[in-house]
Design a protein around this ligand. Structure first.
Ligand code: XMP
Length: 512
């Protein structure tokens, strides 16, 4: 792998994703990983990420200088650029000229490999207080900026390079090309990380792990569990059984999408449990969001456990498939992830004492890779490109108590919004667009000749990379208008459509 050493900024995961976009497998490792442990992973190259620190700050994370003697190609970015320069005997100084944000970079006459034939002056994203003032002995300075005399250097002989700017962000339009050139042309790595190779490797890994055992997988209707199930199905065929719990809090068409489209694409064994009554009665009269979530989580576990007991008759299901993604793994410190299940998980918070061995075929993948794998496995676009949907479902999109009639209302409004967004070709531009029913709010309206006294629904379109932060999406007015007109015409209980224009933070994406 290419190892991305994380110096504590939020950029390491992004760098790892960009490396994979260059078709090279990458992993994020903490900055205090000893050199011996790095070498044990047999890295094809090492990338030192940016970080929040000054190399001179007290307690600033450092880099073991021995790293440069390992013979592994190294690319430094921002803070990592400065660390690499220091380790190689160059100079980093507090020059007093900081650069933050979009900055003009000038390619030198000897543009080297990384900046060869790029526009002589081009924008790049900077964020630094210290600057490299002298490149290491034997290295070429290939770019400069006003605040960074050595905005880029390379030593192709020893296979080292560094850039002061952030090539991984969209604001550095040539960044991906520079990163690609480092990986392919300086480090000499062959681009082999492709979707078909991912599928092949994961299928082989699942076969090794599961042997002739049986696995069970809870389907949520979401992308991750669907792709995880499809991979395991490809590996072990009908020794996988999927369980889909219809808790009555699903969107329109969701159940049939799983029962029809997913089964048609994979031929998987599917057990659907109709638990609508059970959830509705458990939720009756409950308005507190946390209480709703707890009840839904608890009921889900009961239903899932019952399904698992029912399956015992067929054989021993020792493995549980989970759609855990790489960002979850990195954020939880890269833990081993077998043994018992931790409480907070995709399936909806399974209890700790539920004894399964986990199969997590997506634990090396980012979301965009998961989607590509899904398509490679023949899953329909309707599943692969669907918006994220919370486990507690529409239950946390009804502000107020949940009942069958309110669910029906929200389902109808939500279906219209999704239809119009899809028709406008906006599905890929938005992260998701929850529709929220303000069930305890009423407002006066007029329709035909009559007064109405109905409920508002809120449209909550957001753009996001990872749902940790989000911005409200500027949807075209004509699309908003169609959604509003249709909902108020077609859903009798709703007489008002409002737009949520709050970013996250301070708002969360969901209302509850
Ligand atoms: P918030 O509302 O916290 O949501 O900004 C961030 C993302 O997570 C989804 N979400 C959930 N997903 N179980 C899930 O599987 C949950 O309990 C849950 N709550 C929120 C939400 O849709 C958004 O994509």
């Amino acid at each position: 792998p290419v190892l991305v050493v994380d110096f504590g900024a939020q950029y390491a995961q992004l760098i790892a994703r960009r490396v994979r976009e260059a078709q090279v497998y990458s992993e994020v490792v903490p900055h205090d990983t000893p050199v011996a442990d790095l070498m044990a992973k047999d890295p094809a190259a090492i990338i030192l990420s940016g970080g929040p620190s000054s190399v001179y700050a007290e307690g600033a994370p450092g880099m073991d200088p021995a790293l440069v003697d390992t013979g592994v190609p190294i690319f430094g970015i921002c803070y990592g650029h400065q660390l690499l320069v220091q380790a190689l005997g160059g100079t980093v100084e507090h020059t007093g000229s900081r650069e933050y944000g979009r900055t003009e970079v000038t390619v030198t006459d000897d543009a080297g490999v990384l900046h060869n034939e790029l526009p002589r002056r081009h924008p790049a994203w900077m964020s630094h207080g210290d600057s490299v003032t002298k490149a290491p002995e034997g290295a070429t300075v290939t770019a400069t900026s006003e605040g960074a005399p050595v905005a880029a250097f390379e030593d192709t002989g020893r296979r080292f390079a560094g850039v002061q700017y952030h090539p991984e962000v969209g604001h550095s339009p040539h960044g991906q090309e520079v990163l690609r050139r480092f990986l392919h042309d300086i480090a000499g790595i062959r681009p082999q990380w492709t979707t078909s190779s991912i599928v092949e490797e994961q299928v082989a890994a699942i076969r090794r792990q599961v042997g002739d055992g049986r696995a069970i997988c809870g389907l949520s209707g979401g992308v991750d569990s669907a792709v995880a199930a499809a991979l395991v199905q490809r590996a072990i065929g009908d020794r996988l059984t999927c369980v889909f719990v219809d808790h009555g809090l699903l969107r329109a068409g969701e159940r049939s999408q799983v029962e029809r489209d997913f089964v048609a694409a994979t031929g998987v064994n599917l057990v659907t449990v109709d638990a609508r009554e059970r959830f509705l009665s458990a939720l009756a009269g409950v308005t507190d969001p946390e209480q709703k979530r707890k009840i839904i989580g608890r009921e889900f576990i009961r239903v899932f456990e019952q399904a698992e007991r029912d399956l015992k008759a067929q054989g021993d299901y020792r493995f549980l498939v989970q759609g855990t993604l790489y960002p979850d793994v990195v954020e939880s410190g890269g833990g081993a992830g077998t043994a018992n299940i931790k409480s907070h998980h995709n399936v909806g918070g399974l209890p700790e004492d539920l004894q399964f061995e986990l199969v997590e075929p997506l634990r090396l993948l980012f979301k965009d890779e998961v989607r590509r794998v899904g398509l490679e496995l023949g899953l329909p676009e309707t599943i692969v490109h669907r918006q994220p949907f919370p486990g507690p479902g529409l239950g946390i999109r009804i502000i107020g108590a949940v009942d069958a009639a309110r669910l029906e209302t929200l389902r109808a409004a939500d279906a219209i919004a999704r239809e119009e967004l899809t028709a406008a070709g906006l599905d890929r531009d938005i992260w998701q667009c929850p529709v929220v029913l303000l069930a305890d709010v009423r407002s006066v309206g007029v329709q035909g000749d009559g007064r109405t006294y109905g409920h508002p629904v809120v449209l909550r379109p957001v753009s996001s990379e990872d749902a940790m932060t989000a911005d409200w999406t500027r949807l075209p007015y004509d699309v908003l208008e169609r959604i509003s007109t249709r909902i108020t015409n077609e859903v009798p209980e709703v007489n008002r459509v409002v737009l949520d224009v709050t970013s996250k933070p301070p708002g969360t994406i969901e209302w509850e």
